[in-house]
Design a protein around this ligand. Sequence first.
Ligand SMILES: [Zn+2]
Length: 445
Amino acid sequence: MTTDGPDKTRADGTSVQAAPSPESHYSTHIVLTTYPGQSGIDPVPLNWGAKDAKSRGPVVVSRSGPLLKRRNAMGAHGGSYSIYNALAIAAGDLPPDFRPDFKNSEPTFNFPWQPAWADKDKIVAMDPYGHDIVNQFRDELNAGWDIRPTMAVTRANMKLAEIGEAVRDGKLDVDGSIVVDSSGEVRVTKVAVEPVWYLPGVADRFGVSEPILRRTLFEHTGGSYPELITRPDLKIFLPPIGGLTVYIFGPPERVSDENVKLALRIHDECNGSDVFQSDICTCRPYLAFGIREAIREAQNGGSGVVIYFRKEGRALGEVIKYLVYNARKRGGDTADKYFTRTENIAGVRDMRFQALMPDILHWLGIKKIDRMLSMSNMKHDAIVQSGIKILERVPIPEDMIPDDSRVEIDAKINAGYFTTGRQYTMEELAEVKGRGWEKWEDITH
Ligand SMILES: [Zn+2]
């Protein structure tokens, strides 16, 4: 039960009524884990791959009150932000039993049901009904259950310098509905997705057994989710990782229309380039090119989609990435050694594992991609193996590649990334060098 707490002074000096202290909310008996068959354990039925949300059942992950015994999923909502949520409760800014008011938060576009939503093999890494929780589980919400959307659909205007330039250079037209004006303002439909894993399906994608997957997730998150081990009957895990965002240009109903062309880019986060425009890689230029071509396809009566995955630095993170940058710059930054530098530090060259990526394409109802704006074989192969055709692959245009990023792009092409241009030999790659550090600072080597 919520009881009013005392007044509390915020960091900015303003006074607010504090949420009740967490101590008064939690019982002194801490339940570290649960077991099947334990007294009162009665998970809400959940049939992954059911034909609609109601027969599938809600994903219940909360440990709040009686839900501790009724939950049917492990982990927490919000991906990596689940930790901030916990901090807000610890700090007294958020009551432990807070229930959101979802009024007016429903999707701005109702994506049509797709057969893949009811296919437990096609979608294993997101909740296909995660956008429609409020509508489908109104009774449970009204009864005070803590269940939450894991997807949200909205629309917005966006402005990207490169799109403004493309309009000025005559490479894109102002059409008044997608590209709104000559400054390059663009209308977009956006879908945010948090990860929801159906563990048997995830294990299948990687060709491993479910017990091994559960054991590694348990061991290598510091033992954070003991029910991975003690509750083999719970099949759903909300992992503490980033999700993805879909950007749709043009009418969203065209995305699943097989009769119109689709241009698509799958983009994995690279904050240094995407936001801060570091020139060591081709990420932002390729992203801008992808958005431009997606808009162009939508303007031609087709559809354009860019999907942005929070998989910073090939899902190795920025600390590993910068360590690799240093090793590259100090060790002679040539394209032939590009992947070795990453393998030395991370153990692998890439942890993005595209096996789970196609889920969102199936959720959107995409059956074929006319223009795939990517050179990555891992992305291409994952999509094609999942049953979606790719008709054309479009590399980044040469004039959009920053000089210092030649090391990256030529190494990738040599490693088998798709190109319509030339593939360099290892000998030639040794000659492709990045800019050194000597020009602007005095870091000791
Ligand atoms: Zn990058």
